[in-house]
Design a protein around this ligand. Structure first.
Ligand code: ISJ
Length: 268
């Protein structure tokens, strides 16, 4: 018999359809234990065996052993994504240092790939201190921010580089931020039920937004646009090509990317 299914997912607005599917579309009849955490924490949770399934940032996949990808769903974007940005008061060519959001694993690698290959600049990198994004930014410094906190930070900086849009300009390919992985002890049946529940939620985005309307970090209409026009959930051929290219480029980056942060390629 299938025991409680332990699942970790990213705690941002972009996972609302997944969360809605797990809370309302799970058909298994078994207990679900859900953890919502920042992307960098989802990796450790799966690594320590504390959950059976997790939404894992793709740049951290190489650290995991005995895991496999499940579902054809992901967090991706084809062009603008809105919530992964490099913010600065000067163009990227003038930046000497970029602060990196410690909640992220994929985007900290993406900004370094783009600096090296797309913009051809080589700033220093440093972890952003807690709540550092609320402090004034020096004209020669930039900061990479991800997730819901970006909604409150837009409009204050002369330069707001959307990293999925820059990736698109650089490669002509979509970008994949995170994929669903099963841990060593996860069951096939659990993976199947998870896939169904996630898809159930992705098919009901409008309903999910409506039901969460009073708890959203942005206006209902903006949330609906973000979840239907920016975030893409289907891991299709083009996304797999984007992912493969990203995996090969992160392998060339000097390691570690920042204190306590590495990026290891992984073959899906
Ligand atoms: C689009 C986003 O993608 C997220 C960014 C991630 C990362 O940088 O490690 C991981 C998972 C995604 O939820 C976002 O956070 O806004």
């Amino acid at each position: 018999m299938l025991g409680a299914q332990r699942i970790s997912l990213v705690s941002y607005l972009n996972t609302l359809p997944f969360l809605y599917g797990l809370q309302h579309g799970w058909e298994g009849g078994y207990t679900l234990s859900l953890r919502q955490e920042v992307p960098a924490e989802c990796v450790g949770t799966l690594l320590r065996g504390e959950v059976d399934f997790a939404l894992v940032p793709v740049a951290a996949l190489g650290e995991l052993r005995d895991v496999h990808r499940i579902t054809n769903l992901c967090i991706g974007a084809s062009g603008r994504v809105d919530t992964v940005v490099l913010l600065s008061h000067s163009p990227v060519q003038r930046l000497r240092k970029i602060y990196l959001d410690p909640d992220s694993r994929t985007s900290v690698a993406l900004v370094q790939v783009l600096c090296r290959h797309h913009w051809q600049v080589s700033p220093a990198y440093e972890a952003l201190p807690p709540h550092g994004y609320e402090l004034p930014l020096h004209p020669e410094e930039g900061m990479l921010l991800i997730g819901n906190k970006v909604f409150g930070q837009r409009g204050f900086y002369a330069y707001e580089y959307d990293l999925a849009e820059e990736w698109w300009a650089f490669t002509g390919l979509p970008f994949v931020f995170a994929v669903w992985m099963a841990g060593e002890r996860a069951s096939k049946e659990g993976a199947l039920l998870l896939d169904r529940a996630l898809q159930w939620g992705v098919d009901r985005i409008e309903e999910a937004v409506e039901s969460e309307a009073t708890r959203l970090p942005i206006a209902k209409e903006a949330a609906l646009e973000y979840l239907t026009q920016r975030i893409e959930y289907r891991l299709d051929e083009a996304k797999l090509r984007g992912l493969e290219l990203f995996q090969s480029l992160i392998g060339e980056l000097p390691q570690p990317l920042a204190p306590g942060c590495s990026a290891t390629p992984f073959n899906l």
